[in-house]
Ligand binder design. Structure first.
Ligand code: H2B
Length: 119
């Protein structure tokens, strides 16, 4: 699988996934991750996760709102976490296959382009 740039990924749209395809292997996922800043494999390589410390609680919620907007546009949805009022994290995985698909990397690249008010 050829690695892509964040720009390439952002030109794509998530495809509906109803299962029936194999999730990325750890090697495939690691190859894709090289193109993204700050994301790492978690849950034994079944998910990717990125964490940020934002300025305040509302900055976190505004960021989540933007994540929700791109997620709805693409029909692919992140797990959104906020802890300690300004530590935000996004986890991406494709529920239908219990692991990672290209959709997760497309959404990660789009989330990386969102405005975020960091600490
Ligand atoms: C048909 C449509 O693609 C599915 O219902 C979508 C909705 N959003 C989703 N989001 C994520 N993260 N994984 C899924 O498997 C998923 N399924």
């Amino acid at each position: 699988m050829a690695a892509q740039s964040p720009h390439d990924l952002r030109q794509k749209k998530c495809l509906p996934c109803e299962g029936g395809v194999a999730p990325y292997s750890n090697d495939e996922a690691r190859a894709q991750l090289k193109q993204l800043e700050g994301w790492r494999l978690v849950h034994s390589g079944e998910r990717i996760r990125k964490e940020w410390t934002v300025k305040n609680f509302m900055a976190g919620l505004k960021f989540f709102n933007e994540c929700a907007r791109v997620a709805e546009e693409d029909g692919h949805h992140p797990d959104l976490h906020i802890e300690g009022y300004r530590n935000v994290a996004v986890e991406l995985w494709t529920h239908a296959i219990g692991g990672l698909s290209e959709n997760d990397f497309i959404l990660a690249a789009k989330i990386d382009a969102l405005p975020i008010d960091l600490k």
